[in-house]
Design a protein around this ligand. Structure first.
Ligand code: ZN
Length: 335
């Protein structure tokens, strides 16, 4: 990305092993993230041209001398933060907070080849080479599925609970899928867009609320006996969506917030009297990857359906534009 709204596909030097714990993988496919749009829209500044992309799966091409788990030829899925998978934070279930983490965004996963630091702790191999039909879902596991799943877990979605999901991007839609998989009794998807409402229903939403703000909160309360949802997942990251999520949650309920926050300021008194438990932040996707991969390969879930546009990598700019203009939910880039 050269500047807000300006994406070009250019030749860059092939990544190489720089540290003994690195691996280089050849991507099977890559994609554009909703969070990439913050820079595309100029909300995050782009001071110099930067490589983009942090969602990836593919085949290990080369490993450093210190890598013992990841093997050349393995098909692997990783996440947007690397993790050693051994430190106290990782072992407590929060690998995205690893004391040795590196953000993959600066390495540029929208490419053919990618260097992955801390390969042994970061990458999860599939048992054997997956079928091509599973690629979109495995790619989704890298971020949007893992993030939506964390939102649902953080919100304590499960049997007997009503879940509300604020946000109808790929993460919000996959939070619906996650809540359904976790056994939620009722799932309210908040969306104004017919194709997204349809996908939300396919993923397990039982109710759709098209209103937002005060009207959206009122609609959720009306569906829940005036109390609000037990579990709410926030998958946008704005002041409006965060307040809508808190106010849609009942007293004693739980909110999982996984939209990357931009300019969100929470009023302490509202938070205090809401009696809502908040957990969120960058999803510990690595924690969930083995389980998500298993559910995908056994055809229990099909999260790859969030990719409603597939383009060759060379047309990445159009992939960004389509998502920015909400013509596409999520763009897969073929490499
Ligand atoms: Zn760690």
């Amino acid at each position: 990305m050269h500047a807000a709204g300006i994406v070009r596909v250019e030749e860059r030097p092939d990544p190489r092993i720089e540290q003994p714990t690195d691996a280089v993988i050849r991507l099977a496919a890559t994609c554009v993230c909703g969070s990439d749009l913050w820079a595309y829209r100029g909300v995050e500044s782009v001071k110099a041209p930067m490589p983009m992309g942090h969602e990836y799966c593919g085949v290990v091409e080369e490993v450093g001398s210190g890598v013992s788990i990841a093997k050349v030829g393995d098909f692997v899925v990783g996440s947007f933060f690397t993790s050693d998978n051994t430190c106290e934070i990782c072992r407590s279930g929060y690998p995205s907070g690893c004391v040795h983490r590196t953000g993959m965004g600066s390495l540029g996963a929208q490419a053919e080849l990618l260097r992955v630091p801390l390969a042994d702790g970061t990458l999860v191999a599939t048992p054997g080479m997956p079928d091509a039909r599973h690629l979109p879902s495995l790619l989704a596991a890298s971020d949007v599925l893992g993030t939506g799943w964390y939102g649902a877990v953080a919100a304590q979605a499960g049997p007997g609970r009503t879940v509300a999901v604020v946000g109808d991007g790929a993460v919000g839609l996959l939070a619906v899928l996650a809540a359904a998989q976790l056994g939620a009794e009722r799932i309210i998807a908040m969306s104004r867009h017919a194709p997204r409402q349809e996908l939300a229903r396919a993923f397990g939403a039982t109710d759709i609320v098209a209103d937002r703000g005060d009207e959206g909160v009122a609609a959720v309360r009306e569906l829940t006996g005036g109390l609000g949802a037990h579990s709410t997942i926030e998958a946008v990251g704005t002041q409006e969506s965060m307040m809508q999520a808190i106010r849609s949650t009942r007293r004693g309920g739980h909110l999982g917030y996984v939209g990357v926050a931009h300019g969100v300021q929470l009023p302490g008194d509202t938070l205090f009297f809401s009696q809502v438990a908040l957990e969120g932040g960058p999803a510990p996707v690595r924690r969930f990857l083995p389980e998500l991969i298993e559910r995908i390969l056994s055809d229990t879930i099909d999260p790859g359906r969030v990719f409603d546009l597939s383009l060759p990598l060379a047309e990445a700019a159009e992939g960004y534009a389509a998502m920015d203009e909400r013509r596409a939910i999520k763009t897969l880039l073929r490499v």
